[in-house]
Design a protein around this ligand. Structure first.
Ligand code: HEC
Length: 102
């Protein structure tokens, strides 16, 4: 009885784990708008914009959340904050998975 409860709980936890890791394909589907500045392959269209391709996934996620919740200001953040505000936490995980994999 106890064993089957543990097994059930760990099976329930599995989809949660894969969601937290981000879905690169779903991220790609959301990345169209980002390409206007960060380029179709995550290489920025101009030197003043950051490249995203190959950046660490955890860093991308932290950066996007910081723009979204107003913790990241200064520099050219005024350009990026409205972009991040349109994203859900799940979008952010997916986009981070996508760009880090480029
Ligand atoms: C209108 C142009 C524009 C669009 C569209 C845009 N960004 Fe940005 N992004 C910027 C600029 C400019 C910065 C640098 C802001 C700063 O100085 O903090 C930036 C910064 C970032 C950073 C931080 C990079 C780093 O090295 O710290 C991430 C991550 C990011 N953008 C992701 C995205 C994603 C994902 C999208 C699409 C949902 C997106 N951006 C759409 C202009 C844009």
């Amino acid at each position: 009885m106890k064993k089957s409860v543990v097994l059930m709980l760990s099976l329930l936890a599995l989809p949660g784990i894969s969601m937290a890791a981000g879905d690169a394909a779903a991220g790609k589907a959301k990345a169209g708008v980002c390409a206007a500045c960060h380029g179709a392959n995550g290489k920025a269209i101009m030197p003043a914009y950051p490249n995203l391709a190959g950046q660490n996934q955890a860093y991308l996620e932290t950066a996007l959340k910081a723009y979204k919740n107003g913790q990241r200001t200064g520099g050219m953040s005024a350009v990026m904050v409205p972009q991040a505000k349109m994203l859900t936490d799940k979008d952010i995980s997916n986009l981070a998975a996508y760009f880090s994999g480029l």
